[in-house]
Design a protein around this ligand. Structure first.
Ligand code: SAM
Length: 381
């Protein structure tokens, strides 16, 4: 059962809904779903990521890998340390959430003697940026001066770029394949309520993508041009180094499988996944799975070399997660048990191990990534 939201939370959601209705009215009665999702998540002071909701962890709406255990960030530190040690460079984290991953990564890089001169964070939410600043000041005060928040992507960058669960939080286009061709699904109003309306696709690039997928009439799914655009920008600005993106999703053949004919868009509230993206806007996270074939294509078109693609379980276990876990003695049950539980969630195929994938790109000569040493699935993309 979903817990009932507080009266404050409901009042906030009503303000977000009023903002969305105004957007629709000002646009002449219809906006594409991507515009709805963007505002519901990121409208300053209102959207899910832009206002003060708890979001991460047991008391929030969902749990991400860095929130489960420091071993996730520590394993990623081992993945990027050889690059930083051999070739230098900085770290850029996209969408740093609570700041947890930055703390765990930097802490482990320090132990490995590979602290970068700068750890940059690009975060679109002002609220989360403040939370990240507080967490890093509290947990890693002596490294504060190395952490910098960027307002936009730099023109050039060398080093390691990381993003955990960022692509799934970008606004998607909804496409409905019909007898008369693909249509873009948008949002209109019926009185005060949000209602679906399909329209011909005006954007030629989206129209071509939708037509190329050639899905059967009745099929409804997402296309994520914002993810392609972000990966393309990262590819262009990376002079030398590595881009690692971790998220839930599949290769295109599985993403657009006939059985997945209702798409992957979900609202996440208090650890429940709902099919209704209109549920209490501003209080629900909206996400879609990632089409990693499209991500791979966008990266390669921007001059990146595909370094590997595998499951989260494969990447973390190849990359030394179990060895890091063994640094805690099983005799110390109070420390060991929560860590083994968290590791189980990260790698179990029934939990995050198989649904989550890691895709890596490189530019220039970079040391091989242990995470892709076995079980690389590039051929499936
Ligand atoms: C699902 S959260 C994941 C947070 C964190 N990486 C974690 O694993 O806990 C998505 C994050 O991406 C951020 N974000 C969304 N769009 C972004 C963009 N275009 N560039 C950078 N960050 C973005 C959000 O504000 C949020 O911090």
């Amino acid at each position: 059962m979903l817990p009932a939201p507080s009266s404050d939370a409901l009042a906030h959601s009503q303000r977000v809904a009023a903002h969305l209705r105004a957007l629709i009215e000002n646009a002449g009665g219809w906006i594409p779903f991507s515009r709805y999702m963007d505002a519901a998540l990121y409208a300053p002071g209102l959207g899910y990521y832009a206002a003060g909701a708890m979001k991460f962890g047991a008391a929030g709406d969902f749990v991400t890998a860095p929130e489960l255990t420091p071993l996730f960030g520590r394993t990623l530190a081992h993945a990027i340390a050889p690059l930083l040690a051999e070739a230098g460079g900085e770290v850029l984290e996209l969408g740093a959430g609570s700041g947890r991953l930055a703390v765990d990564l930097l802490g482990e890089l320090e132990r490995l003697g590979a602290v970068p001169a700068r750890y940059c964070i690009l975060e679109v939410s002002a609220d989360l940026r403040e939370r990240q600043q507080r967490m890093i000041a509290r947990e890693l005060p002596h490294r504060c001066e190395r952490v910098q928040w960027l307002d936009e992507l730099p023109a050039h960058f060398s080093g390691a770029i990381l993003g955990n669960e960022v692509l799934d939080a970008l606004p998607v286009e909804l496409v409905h394949w019909t007898e008369s061709g693909p249509l873009v699904r948008g949002v209109a109003l019926e009185g005060e309520a949000f209602a679906w309306r399909d329209r011909p696709i005006a954007d030629p690039a989206l129209r071509a993508r939708a037509a190329a997928l050639g899905l059967a009439p009745g099929y409804l799914s997402e296309i994520n041009p914002a993810a392609d655009a972000l990966v393309a920008s990262l590819g262009k600005m990376l002079d030398r180094g590595l881009l690692l993106l971790i998220d839930y999703g599949f290769a295109a053949a599985e993403y657009y499988h006939p059985q997945r004919h209702m798409g992957t868009l979900r609202a996440h509230v208090r650890h429940h996944a709902l099919d209704d993206p209109f549920y209490l806007p501003g209080l629900a996270d909206l996400t879609a799975h990632v089409d990693f074939s499209a991500v791979a294509r966008a990266g390669m078109a921007a001059g990146l070399e595909l370094a590997g693609y595998t499951s989260q379980a494969g990447f973390l276990l190849n990359g030394g997660l179990a060895e890091l876990l063994m640094q805690t003695s099983p005799a110390d049950a109070a420390a060991w048990l929560p860590q083994t539980n968290a590791v189980q969630r990260l790698v179990s195929p029934a939990e995050m191990g198989e649904l989550f994938k890691v895709i890596g790109f490189g530019k220039g000569t970079i040391p091989p990534l242990a995470g892709f040493a076995r079980g690389d699935r590039r051929h499936t993309l």
